[in-house]
Design a protein around this ligand. Structure first.
Ligand SMILES: [Mg+2]
Length: 262
């Protein structure tokens, strides 16, 4: 039901404007699974994104917590806009890239923190440490209960030691960031300013699944765009919700058909 409401809303609002559609990756285009390496983007979803991007007056961007290297691997060499590390690193359609300078400066600090985590958390803790160059992510969802305290106290210790880094506790992971104010709305601001998008001339559609997408929802809502949160969530400022990445695929199909027939 919700899917039709979203498509109708886009049709009603787009008129002569361009469509700028932004998708988060994990939990939005790809179902979440416990091993992030095995959460693979399927080719049929990629084909739909490319098809949508190829339509006149339409632009597609991916804005993800994953790093740009992973996104490049997934989305291959094409014209989609790719935003890695919450948009702190971007690849634009003409292969022009951009990287947040303040984030680059923190690389050595991050590396030092990474080394300490590797030393202090032995294999039996079963943590997964992702090095995304500009940020680190320490997943502890597989950690046996007897080792969890060790993980939390290790982070606590690093927090006092590295005041130049920002430690964020998520549901079953910690993210370690350069010490700066950044969220996905900053990623959107950067993308739209590089593209020189006239926001009055374009309808923005943003689809994401987690709390890290909420600042982007707020930014898009303020610009009279359309926002969709995927999955069950207690509270969201998104205007619509759908159940799963499967339904996002349905939205993609209907959007394409709708734009082609208009
Ligand atoms: Mg997500």
């Amino acid at each position: 039901m919700s899917i039709n409401l979203i498509i109708n809303k886009v049709a009603e609002r787009i008129k002569d404007r361009h469509l700028f559609a932004i998708f988060d990756r994990d939990g939005t285009l790809v179902p979440i699974i416990s091993d992030p390496d095995r959460a693979i983007l399927h080719n049929d979803v990629l084909e739909l994104l490319l098809k949508l991007d190829s339509l006149p007056n339409t632009r597609v961007a991916i804005l993800s917590a994953r790093d740009l290297a992973q996104l490049r691997h997934d989305f291959k060499n094409n014209d989609l806009i790719l935003g890695g590390n919450y948009g702190m690193e971007l690849l634009m359609p003409n292969q022009m890239s951009w990287i947040e300078p303040k984030a680059v400066q923190s690389r050595n600090l991050l590396l030092a923190a990474k080394r300490e985590l590797e030393e202090q958390l032995p294999e039996e803790t079963q943590v997964i440490l992702e090095d995304k160059q500009l940020t680190l992510c320490l997943h502890w969802h597989l950690t046996p209960s007897e080792y969890r305290e060790k993980v939390h106290s290790c982070i606590k210790l690093l927090k006092t030691k590295y005041s130049g880094l920002l430690f964020k506790a998520l549901a079953t992971s910690y993210e370690i960031w350069p010490y700066m104010q950044w969220d996905k709305s900053n990623g959107l601001i950067q993308i739209t300013s590089i593209l020189k998008l006239d926001l009055d001339e374009c309808l923005i559609l943003y689809i994401g699944d987690s709390d890290s997408d909420e600042p982007a929802f707020a930014w898009v809502n303020n610009r009279q765009g359309i926002t969709v949160r995927v999955g069950q969530s207690a509270e969201s400022i998104a205007q619509f919700s759908v159940k799963s990445p499967k339904e996002v695929k349905e939205i993609l199909k209907l959007l394409i058909a709708n734009i082609q027939n208009s």
